[in-house]
Design a protein around this ligand. Structure first.
Ligand SMILES: Cc1cc2nc3c(=O)[nH]c(=O)nc-3n(C[C@H](O)[C@H](O)[C@H](O)COP(=O)(O)O)c2cc1C
Length: 247
């Protein structure tokens, strides 16, 4: 699970300045200096992720990008970060049977996650190899989901085309089916299958994906687009090199 805030680098929480406005509201610009950074990008991520200014937002929302080989075509979609695990992986949950991300990852294990925290004008970019969580690990998270979501994971053939049933014209009339009937039918089948069963096994095509980062960048918006950027790059000895990047 995502941890609670720890300011392990000994510095006080950053102090935003409010020198610009957007839609009449001040933009809170913090600054980022090398001395503020934790040697560990995971601690740094925790510190940013748990900033009080993000409490009423959904900071776990991020974009997952993947690319298929040999075409090189890239695809991106929003997902929710669910864990930052002890082995230093960013974990999301999804369908790995029929989705586009599943197809991409079959040919290319590299993936990226991007977070945007507008309240603080902060971006974090994570790049690395992705690996599936084990069935046992996925089951642990799956069990925490509401029953409807657990059944939904079984029912959905994520990103497959839903053809209208043959009796319908598919043009969206009141009584016609636009393809939703197929999904509703699968949901009914699954409800029947697991009727009266509290413990539902995680589908083998569904579960966690851990992005194990090789590069993580922390981006702090500053006035005049002269932003602060620090990039952590994983070293062979397991440590992290920290470099400031030009905005
Ligand atoms: C805010 C938001 C959060 C989402 N979170 C997830 C998620 O955690 N897992 C997931 O599989 N899809 C999630 N989705 C849906 C995906 O964006 C996407 O539609 C789905 O994963 C299929 O994408 P793909 O076929 O490109 O792999 C989310 C969508 C939004 C808008």
């Amino acid at each position: 699970m995502l941890h609670t805030p720890t300011h392990t680098n000994g510095n006080p929480p950053d102090q935003p300045s409010t020198s610009q406005t957007q839609n009449g509201r001040p933009i809170q610009h913090c600054t980022l200096h090398r001395k503020d950074l934790s040697p560990s990008p995971f601690t740094q991520f925790h510190t940013w992720f748990t900033h009080p200014a993000l409490v009423s937002t959904v900071p776990e929302t991020c974009t997952l990008s993947t690319a298929s080989l040999p075409s090189g075509r890239v695809s991106a979609r929003m997902v929710y970060l669910k864990e930052l695990d002890s082995s230093g992986g960013f974990v999301i949950y999804s369908n790995f049977g029929t989705s586009r991300k599943a197809r991409d990852l079959e040919t290319n294990k590299y993936a990226s996650l991007v977070f945007w925290w507008k309240a603080l004008e902060r971006q974090v970019r994570v790049e690395g190899k992705a690996e599936r969580l084990s069935e046992v690990e996925s089951q642990v998270y799956y069990d925490t989901r509401a029953r409807g979501s657990r059944l939904g994971a079984w029912a959905s053939r994520q990103s497959e085309v839903l053809e209208p049933t043959s009796s319908a014209n598919g043009n969206g009339g009141e009584s016609s089916d636009d393809g939703r009937a197929k999904l509703d039918g699968w949901v009914k089948d699954v409800e029947k299958r697991f009727d009266g069963q509290d413990k539902i096994p995680v589908p083998d095509f569904w579960g966690g994906l851990r992005v194990v980062p090789e590069v993580i960048e922390f981006w702090q918006g500053r006035d005049s687009r002269l932003h602060d950027r620090f990039q952590y790059t994983k070293q062979d000895d397991g440590g992290w090199k920290i470099e400031r990047l030009s905005p």
